[in-house]
Ligand binder design. Structure first.
Ligand code: HSE
Length: 344
């Protein structure tokens, strides 16, 4: 498997770190030995080497500020545009880990189309294209016999997507609801212990949980984008941000938080998705409600099903390795399917 990685921020670096550190295990257990043939960033350079780039050098270069610090070697090409790398390199999988844009999903949406048109699989941590264009991308993936995977977009690597699509296949899912934003859950937990809103947000940013523009987190848009992904995937419904009722946590005051605490309750930012639509907003939950005890950057999702009743999954919702793992889990699925197909 040859990867072109677009976006080399917290998440892209997390994936490369995992691929470096787990290389022996991944090869021994799964025969999985991916090569990173290209990495593209918006402002910090691009690199291409058909024989594979070295994870250590990639991580050292970006830590030093730019891919320009990657050492020269024969066969290395610098500066090709992302779209050229996607269309023309020897990659067969696009890993889209660039910044989420919830208005246009661009430029990532064009990258996904280009990859599928040139018969590459697409794996995303970027929520924009999945939230805004799920149906058209899935249709194009099917037309071209390629896979579109996006486990990392909802609850980082915690298998919220795989649970619904694979493990619960055969059940009818009637509703999904949960805590789908790590930044705000982390902030609410810290604010319950007396931290200010500004300090809690600064910490969530320092820990790599927040979006590039954290208003997406605190105003509820990030959770809303995940609700859009779930609505499309579970119910075939294309929602728009304008059509949803979305409220965040920025209007919650220390007094609101204290009042809830005194009443034995906690504020949580809850997203709810049904076949009729989706909502996001802060809800006061009694502390004996399981969702009230999901704290810090943890997330949770409950699927209501016809055959099993409620099934709840709790796990990491954001973070470098946690989201990097979401990408890895999709790459491993593609690898397993490719091996399965070639075995016949
Ligand atoms: N900013 C997002 C969050 C990252 O805090 O949940 C994961 O999608």
């Amino acid at each position: 498997m040859n990867l072109v990685i677009v976006g080399f921020g917290v998440v892209g670096q997390g994936l490369v770190e995992i691929l470096r550190d787990k290389a022996p295990v991944l090869e021994a257990q799964f025969g999985f030995r991916p090569r990173i043939v290209a990495v593209a960033t918006r402002t910090r350079g691009t690199l291409f080497h058909p024989g594979g780039l070295k994870p250590d050098h990639l991580l050292a270069a970006i830590s030093a500020g730019s891919l320009d610090h990657y050492p020269n070697e024969p066969g290395l090409v610098r500066g090709l545009p992302a779209l050229t790398l996607i269309r023309e390199s020897n990659a067969n999988v696009l890993v889209e880990a660039s910044i989420t844009d919830l208005k246009t999903a661009q430029p990532a949406l064009d990258y996904c189309h280009a990859a599928l048109e040139t018969e590459k699989h697409v794996v995303l941590a970027n929520k924009g294209p999945v939230a805004l264009a799920y149906n058209e991308l899935q249709a194009k993936a099917r037309e071209n016999g390629r896979l579109l995977r996006f486990e990392a977009t909802v609850m980082a690597g915690t298998p919220s997507i795989r649970l619904a699509l694979d493990a619960l296949a055969g059940c009818t899912i009637q509703e999904a609801r949960g805590i789908l934003n790590g930044t705000t859950n982390y902030m609410l937990t810290q604010m319950e212990s007396g931290m200010t809103y500004a300090d809690a947000l600064a910490q969530a940013q320092a820990l790599g949980y927040a979006e590039a523009d954290p208003t997406a987190d605190v105003d509820g848009w990030d959770a809303a984008s995940k609700a859009m992904i779930l609505a499309a995937m579970l119910f075939g419904k294309s929602l728009t941000l304008d059509s949803m009722e979305v409220r965040g946590i920025s209007s919650l005051t220390p007094d609101d938080i204290e009042a809830a605490r005194a009443a034995g309750e906690r504020w949580k930012l809850i997203a709810r998705v049904t076949p009729d639509g989706a909502t996001v907003g802060p809800v006061r939950l009694p502390v004996d409600n399981p969702l009230a005890n999901v704290s810090g950057s943890m997330n949770a999702i409950t699927y209501t099903t016809d055959l099993l009743g409620d099934v709840t999954l709790v796990g990491a919702g954001a973070g470098r390795l946690q989201t990097g793992f979401g990408l890895l889990s999709d790459l491993l699925e593609i690898h397993a399917m490719a091996r399965g197909i070639s075995a016949h």
